[in-house]
Design a protein around this ligand. Sequence first.
Ligand SMILES: NC(=O)C1=CN([C@@H]2O[C@H](COP(=O)(O)OP(=O)(O)OC[C@H]3O[C@@H](n4cnc5c(N)ncnc54)[C@H](O)[C@@H]3O)[C@@H](O)[C@H]2O)C=CC1
Ligand SMILES: O=C(O)C(=O)COP(=O)(O)O
Length: 549
Amino acid sequence: MATKAKILIADPLSESGLSPLSDPKFTIDIKTGLSEAQLCDIIGDYAALVVRSETKVTAKVLACAKNLKIVGRAGVGVDNIDVNAATKLGIMVVNSPDGNVIAAAELTLALILAAARNIGRASHGMKESKWERKQLVGVQLKGKVLGIVGFGKVGQHVARGAVGMGMKVIATDPYASASIASRLSVKLTTLKEVLETADFLTLHTPLLPSTKNMINSQQLAAMKSGHSIINVARGGLIDEDALLKSLQEGHTRSAALDVFPQEPPFKSASSVALMAHKNVISTPHLGASTAEAQHAVAVDVTEQIRDVLLNQLPRSAVNAPTISTSDLEKINPYTQLIEKMGQLYTAHFKHQPPSYELIFSGSIASVPTAPLFAALINGLTKSISARGTTVNVVNAKLVAKERGIVVQERKVPEDTTYSSLVTIKGANGDIIQGFCSEGSGPQIVRIGDFETNFVPQGTVLIARNFDRPGMIGVVGRILGGEGLNIKNMTVAARKYGNGEKEGDALMILGVDGGKVREGALREIESTNGMLSAQVVSFDPSEEKVLAKL
Ligand SMILES: NC(=O)C1=CN([C@@H]2O[C@H](COP(=O)(O)OP(=O)(O)OC[C@H]3O[C@@H](n4cnc5c(N)ncnc54)[C@H](O)[C@@H]3O)[C@@H](O)[C@H]2O)C=CC1
Ligand SMILES: O=C(O)C(=O)COP(=O)(O)O
């Protein structure tokens, strides 16, 4: 990396968690509390952005982020990030799916206890010299039913604690594992049964269009009288006006809320009225706020930012495939190979068929191939896309769809002509083949009907000519006249199709000393005996990169 990659930390992060970024390749700016406009003004300079739940990473912010490769969410929920907009722009979004789970579950347990024993009201009264022993008689948790909506990581840990306190725990989650539930002595059931049986209801789903306002007046009415509701997930899951009405009617006994539709909630009339109710305990989104959780989420995210800025795949991307480090090591040389094969395909065959077969033979057939698909799309579209368009594992599928490119992948592990061979075959039968060797990296072994063996690097001129004496000399003279050197040369003979009957060959020349001008290329092409000529420039900066992101 020639220039330092700039990283913006836009929400408060644990200082101890920043150590993965203490590398001379990076500069870190900490600027918190920025408005959308302020963020738009400065984000263009940054390669990485780190946020928690406060900063809203909107489509507008992302559109201004011309150099942004990655947004790191130091926490679980990514509802403050426009993930779709990021995906379209090829910007990776990563989070920390585990770092604050225990913290969120422990706050939930604290709030269940607080709601059962009126701790908020009692503490508040004591500050006002009120000794309210009679008014604040609570309920016992042992033997009561805890209903969990969303039996993921936080929900499961809450269940462990609640079972430990002698509660009966039931949960609803369409994707929950029955074996985990049974191991934790939790009954998995429908939302209807959870609502009808729970004495305490706790929410642990993400905020999604399908979960927004999932607890509304209808659901509250279905619950038994005297229940308590705890929300340490997201404010938008509960209809606040409906909950306030239910509290006012005494149908809901108490509520404990850590999260609100707008945060801070003080400008929202609904939130303010709800928080003011005597049986509501509220906390300022403290679910993840323990020293341990903040250290864990910061390390989790800064490590991934470091990896992505060094062109490696992260371990928990929200909008890209996750690939193990060992698979990634195997894939890396092939991402370069396939990107170059794609580039060669577009340059040499001068057309883009609507569909391709991407065939992996030998050992490469056994690794996950999503980055290789992305490398193909990048290579095929590189010379014909607007400059600066990023194609990577994040947006490759979208770019392919937009350009109407369909790729069928085929894996043939038993084919071992080479230890690993990659074939790109267009719908009309045009083929490029290549493999990676340990010593010299990517190599091209077939272009169309011609068998060859060359390393795709630097500037390469490919000319098809009738196989007759003097052709190489002509090309050498024209290039020499342009001040260009031929640094290596391979002649590829026809091996496939009509074999030698055509009487032509491919000349593949590595050219040094500058660009091959369009005029020189036309002069070569119009030489008697020459059939076609193209130049492909393989970007030297990409020779060393790992899986392209
Ligand atoms: N207050 C705070 O500071 C914190 C809040 N959170 C919130 O808690 C949420 C849950 O976190 P994790 O358990 O780590 O996530 P998770 O992804 O492990 O679990 C979420 C579960 O919700 C389930 N789900 C989705 N839609 C559902 C529906 N309609 N009905 C029932 N279940 C549904 C999913 O199948 C999944 O099992 C996060 O999305 C985040 O918004 C997380 C950490 C801290
Ligand atoms: O991780 C989550 O989803 C949280 O809600 C934690 O939010 P925070 O990082 O504390 O702003």
